[in-house]
Design a protein around this ligand. Sequence first.
Ligand code: NDP
Length: 274
Amino acid sequence: MLKLAVFGHPVAHSLSPRIHSLFAESLGLAVDYRTVDCPAGRLAATLGGFVAEGGSGCNLTVPLKAEGLGLASSCSQAAREAGACNTLVRKGRCWHAENTDGAGLVADLDRLGIDPAGKCVLVVGAGGAVAGVLGPLLDRRPAHLCVVNRDPEKVGRLIQRFFRKGVDLKAAALADGPDVEGFELLIQATSLGHQGECPLLDPDWMAPGAVAYDLNYGDAFGPFESWCEQAGLRCHSGLGMLVEQAALAFELFTDVRPATAPVHQEIDAGALAP
Ligand code: NDP
């Protein structure tokens, strides 16, 4: 029995145990994946207890992603660039850190037939999630990518870590908006949806036929979904990203890549709701 878990605070609401159980069932693997409530500053001690009980891998969510990276002895390029990890895998007596959020987003965009290559992409937000997705998004070679954020200094600092040859990467204050228009892909990555709100965005920033993606899902997706409806934009929630990043983590835990289509079908059928 493989002992896995997701650590976070709060974490009781997490869909990860259900998603990982579906992967395990589909592959006939014996996996015990649970939630562990762990406030910031307590990760080292809580992980110690988890290992003592036979834990061999875990996912990390808010507020533990940077703390987890600090406890790891090795990490992937994605985790290093993000300055955070969402996955820890036990290697001997040490932890290896990975960040599958960005690869998960890109995999979900692929599933939805949305290709950032050569496009003008607007990202809203500059928190931990954007730090995780920016590298893999830039690796898909958009022509231009602008990140807008309420705190302009924070977004200015963030993009300095993400140079990619041939990609025009810019930052701007959300209040000012981007200095060009015609964005073809809009990625909403603020946490405002959890307060029932949507950032103040101008539909004129977008090109005709543009598509939108919200990292949020469930109730937190509602406000942005309504804004997209009014703006005439097709939009998707981040539930697909959650499934795809989980599949990549599951592969790191088990060395087997699970098929994600059956889980997306369960979501579409309403059987896996946040
Ligand atoms: P952070 O707390 O690190 O960042 C929050 C972001 O929201 C910042 O850019 C912040 O701006 C912005 N923000 C918060 N309040 C306001 C406001 N009142 N007005 C304007 N901007 C605001 O969160 P994360 O980056 O970790 O997560 C962002 C969202 O993505 C969350 O809702 C999370 O649930 C979701 N997520 C989804 C995943 C998935 O798999 N689908 C994976 C990871 C995250 P500022 O910097 O100015 O404070």
